[in-house]
Design a protein around this ligand. Structure first.
Ligand SMILES: O=C(O)CCC(=O)C(=O)O
Ligand SMILES: [Mn+2]
Length: 221
C-alpha cells in the first residue's frame, strides 16, 4: 500500500481524539488546530529556510544535535561551545534572523488564547526539523527572558511521541502522540516542565525511506 493510499484510508476514519487534551496544569494539546493553515505555514517555512538554512548546532559539550534547526523573529535560539542562548543574528550569516511571518504570529496567538494565555504575541520562533533518527532529550526551556509567556509548539509532518514531565528531571514524563497540525501550549506552573521527543519514528508504516521531515515550530514570548 502506498503512503498516499494509507493517507486516504485514514482520511475516512473519524478522529476521535479530544480536541483539547490536558498534559499538566496549564499545559494542553490542541489537536489539529494548525491543519487549516498548513499550506501557508509550509510556504512560510520554505521562505525562512531559503534565508536561514537548517543546521545541526553543537551543544556546549561539543555534541552535534540530531535535530536540524533554524529560527525566525527578532531573536533566535542558538547553541555552540559557548552555551545556549538567544541571539539577534544568525551565526552562520551574521545577518538578522528572517522576520516572523504573520501566519506564525496569528496561529501562536490563537493557540495561546485557546489554552488560556490571552494576549500572547511571540517574538521568537525556533523551527526544528526531525528526520527519522532525530530526538530531543528531556530538557527545560529556560533561556527565555520572560518566563511569564507560554511556549507554543506546532507539529507538522510525521507523527511523533512527545514526553511531558514535571519540574524535576526525575519526574516520570507522560507520553502524548503528536500528529500533523497538533499544537502544544504550556506555561504558568508548567512553564519549566521537562519535555522532549524520543527517537521513535524510524520505521514508517510503509517501510519507506526518505520519509518527509517533521517540522516543529516553537514560539516564545
Ligand atoms: O519538537 C518539539 O515538540 C519540542 C521541541 C523543543 O522542546 C524545543 O525546541 O525546545
Ligand atoms: Mn523545549
Amino acid at each position: 500500500m502506498s503512503a498516499r493510499e494509507l493517507t486516504d484510508l485514514f482520511a475516512s476514519v473519524p478522529d476521535v481524539r479530544p480536541s483539547l487534551e490536558l498534559m499538566a496544569a496549564r499545559a494542553v494539546l490542541l489537536r489539529g488546530l494548525a491543519k487549516p493553515f498548513e499550506s501557508e505555514l509550509i510556504a512560510d517555512i520554505s521562505g525562512i529556510v531559503a534565508q536561514a538554512p537548517f543546521r545541526h548546532m553543537l551543544t556546549p559539550g561539543g555534541h552535534q544535535m540530531s535535530v536540524a534547526m533554524t529560527n525566525c523573529g527578532s531573536v533566535g535560539w542558538v547553541t555552540d561551545r559557548s552555551g545556549y542562548r538567544y541571539d539577534g543574528a544568525d551565526p552562520e550569516s551574521a545577518k538578522p534572523w528572517p522576520a516572523m511571518p504573520p501566519s506564525f504570529r496569528a496561529l501562536a496567538g490563537q493557540a495561546a488564547d485557546q489554552a488560556g494565555f490571552g494576549g500572547f504575541s511571540p517574538d521568537a520562533c525556533l523551527i526544528n526539523r526531525y528526520q527519522p533518527s532525530a530526538r530531543m532529550s528531556l530538557h527545560q526551556d529556560k533561556d527565555e527572558l520572560d518566563l511569564g509567556a507560554p511556549i507554543v509548539s506546532v507539529s507538522l509532518g510525521l507523527p511523533a511521541v512527545f514526553l511531558f514531565g514535571g519540574l524535576q528531571r526525575s519526574d516520570k514524563p507522560r507520553r502524548f502522540r503528536l500528529e500533523h497540525g497538533d499544537i502544544a501550549v504550556w506555561g504558568g506552573p508548567s512553564r519549566l516542565a521537562f519535555h522532549g521527543v524520543p527517537c521513535e519514528r524510524a520505521a514508517s508504516p510503509t517501510g519507506r525511506r526518505n520519509a518527509p521531515p517533521d517540522d516543529k515550530l516553537r514560539e516564545d514570548g
